[in-house]
Design a protein around this ligand. Structure first.
Ligand SMILES: Nc1ncnc2c1ncn2[C@@H]1O[C@H](COP(=O)(O)OP(=O)(O)O)[C@@H](O)[C@H]1O
Ligand SMILES: Cc1cn([C@H]2C[C@H](O)[C@@H](COP(=O)(O)O)O2)c(=O)[nH]c1=O
Length: 237
């Protein structure tokens, strides 16, 4: 019996990699699948993994009707056994309803992948509906980590490394990794007074995965480093 499964987690925990692996495994057993994504970092109509794999997919927009799309393909004799739906947090609630109907009435497996909550810890509409409707919600086993070493459970949006809580819900972007060599044109690490040197290209918006404690306190890798530097400057008693 077909299932609707929601594979979820924070940013950078391996969802797109798993999406491409699942497609590979099902395809290798002779099953026919369709890949969908929305606003992938690599560009339109793509599923891309930070491990280097990327595959063409159908771009999901607000006008996508999954039910009509699968009916159309099946009535033109195309086999569809499963759907891979990446960045499913960006899908509309009614599109998730269509996916559930495809599972139940067409016996097509739907494997959806996405982050549950936004930079303000609020559920994305697509993720909310998936949590409400999925046969199973599976949290990915590879844990993204907070800079403190705890499991990262939340996604922070940063501007020049500083967490922000205002802005649009959807802003496509990537996590900045501490181990990545710094681009000399990007802002430097925090100055000892806690401020950050400005990039000649303007503020850089990115994301950072944090544990709840540090998300609540708005402490990112960069602001933690700045605080540490300031503590070192404090006069000894
Ligand atoms: N250079 C690397 N070597 C090994 N693993 C890596 C490397 N770069 C990224 N990864 C793995 O890829 C994961 C991110 O995979 P990806 O599918 O792009 O994540 P998501 O779709 O959840 O944002 C990281 O959590 C890490 O486990
Ligand atoms: C937290 C948050 C994320 N986004 C965007 C940023 C990325 O483009 C995707 C997540 O992709 P990933 O493969 O899981 O890394 O979502 C956003 O638009 N708004 C947010 O609040």
């Amino acid at each position: 019996m077909a299932e609707l499964i929601f594979f979820s987690g924070t940013m950078d925990c391996g969802k797109s990699t798993l999406a491409l692996q699942m497609d590979h495994n099902h395809r290798a057993r002779g099953r026919a699948g369709l890949l969908f994504s929305s606003h992938d970092r690599a560009g339109e109509a793509m599923i891309s993994s930070r491990l280097g794999l990327q595959t063409i997919a159908v771009e999901v927009t607000d006008t996508t009707d999954f039910w009509a799309e699968i009916v159309r393909r099946r009535t033109s004799a195309e086999r569809v056994d499963y759907l891979i739906c990446d960045e499913a947090q960006f899908y509309l609630g009614e599109q998730i309803d269509q996916l559930a109907r495809i599972v139940d009435e067409m016996d097509v497996d739907v494997f959806a992948f996405g982050i549950t909550s936004d930079f303000r810890t609020r559920l994305f509409p697509g993720s909310q509906r998936l949590i409400e409707l999925a046969d199973r919600v599976q949290v990915l086993q590879v844990e993204a980590l907070c800079w403190c070493g705890r499991r990262a459970t939340h996604n922070a949006r940063t501007v020049d490394g500083v967490m922000v809580v205002e802005g649009d819900q959807v802003v496509v972007g990537d996590v900045e990794l501490a181990s990545e060599p710094r681009d000399p044109l990007q802002p430097e690490l925090p100055l000892t007074d806690g401020t950050v040197a400005q990039s000649p290209h303007g503020p850089v918006t990115g994301y950072e995965t944090l544990c709840r404690r540090h998300h609540t306190r708005r402490v990112t890798l960069r602001t933690a480093a700045a605080t540490k530097n300031n503590e070192m400057l404090l006069p000894f008693a």
